[in-house]
Design a binder for this molecule. Structure first.
Ligand SMILES: [Zn+2]
Ligand SMILES: [Zn+2]
Length: 323
């Protein structure tokens, strides 16, 4: 499925199998989970994608032509971070997620809404045993970047999750395994979403406008809605942090300084480092992550995106790809 121009639906097209360059693996794709970032690219909220473009950056597939540590027949995962220069002031200080020349899968490199892709082997991951391709695919962004957001929340005991979709359903299980309490906030009146959050392990769930039953030590904002930053600040204990986990968000309205006073802070999470990925997959090895998924065939990628845009996906949308 190809994005020819932003703000247009993806088009079904016959594309040549890409030729791997030195250091790249050729992958026959089995599944690609849908991320909200895919929507931001299609909808023109992220600028200057490669065009035409194959979107999708939560790729699981089988190596057909090996490189690096990967051999034909290995199952491999391809995340959002596709390449870094290794030499800028961010890369050389352990912050490759901020690399000034970084390239991103499904944005500036062709991604996974297709039958085949190539990927730089150094940025691919071996996946934990016991997960099917469809189960493993949401781990590759919803899991990785959500995990980075959770780490940036420090050792917070009580954490609020604003928006309970693909990333939150994974992170609630990691947070619970670490002995933390999760308070889930979904749209006011969204009882199905709140039931889902409780079923996945949230100790409390309610509407985003609600007061949390306890002061929160941290909040992670998964939904791309600037107002939620303020709603979260109102529930935050002194010294707490609001972590914005998305790549794009509507404007944050102005708010009284007293909401920030008391050493509260607001920060964003950008991309991932390969180390985040390795650490998260190690957790996923120890704690079997369950996800609720809605599976679509590749040709129905536009329907999957439309349902995500409308807030109709419970859990994660995953494209099943049969070459
Ligand atoms: Zn760099
Ligand atoms: Zn993503």
């Amino acid at each position: 499925m190809v994005l020819r121009r932003q703000r247009e639906p993806l088009a079904l097209a016959d594309i040549a199998v890409p030729e791997p360059k030195a250091g790249e693996v050729l992958i026959r794709i089995e599944a690609c989970a849908v991320c909200r970032t895919d929507l931001h690219i299609v909808d023109g909220e992220l600028h200057e994608p490669k065009l035409p473009l194959v979107i999708g950056h939560q790729i699981v597939g089988i190596v057909e032509q090996g490189a690096g540590q990967f051999r034909p027949g290995d199952r491999v995962g391809v995340p959002w971070l596709g390449w870094t220069d290794g030499e800028c002031r961010y890369c050389t200080t352990g912050r490759e997620n901020l690399c000034i020349r970084a390239r991103f899968t499904g944005y500036t490199i062709d991604g996974g809404y297709a039958e085949y892709c190539v990927a730089d082997a150094r940025y691919c991951f071996s996946l934990p045993d016991g997960y099917s391709a469809e189960e493993a695919s949401p781990l590759l962004c919803a899991g990785f970047i959500g995990f980075r957001a959770l780490r940036l929340a420090g050792d917070a005991q009580r954490i609020g999750f604003y928006g309970f979709g693909s990333s939150a359903q994974i992170l609630v299980q990691v947070a619970r395994a670490e002995g933390r309490e999760v308070y889930a906030f979904t749209r006011d009146g969204d009882e199905e979403g709140q039931r889902f959050a409780r079923a996945m392990g949230a100790g409390w769930a309610g509407g985003a406008g609600r007061r949390a039953p306890e002061e929160l030590d941290a909040a992670i904002i998964f939904a791309p809605v600037g107002n939620l930053v303020i709603a979260a600040l109102r529930n935050l204990a002194k010294g707490g942090v609001v972590v914005c986990a998305g790549i794009h968000m509507s404007d944050i309205p102005s708010f009284p300084y007293e909401l920030l006073w008391g050493e509260r802070s607001i920060r964003s999470v950008a991309n991932l480092t390969r180390d985040d990925g390795r650490q998260f997959l190690e957790r996923a090895r120890r704690t079997r992550i369950q996800t609720r998924r809605e599976v679509f065939p590749l040709e129905q990628a536009n329907e999957a995106l439309a349902r995500l845009r409308a807030g109709e996906i419970v859990g994660t949308a995953v494209l099943r790809i049969a070459a």
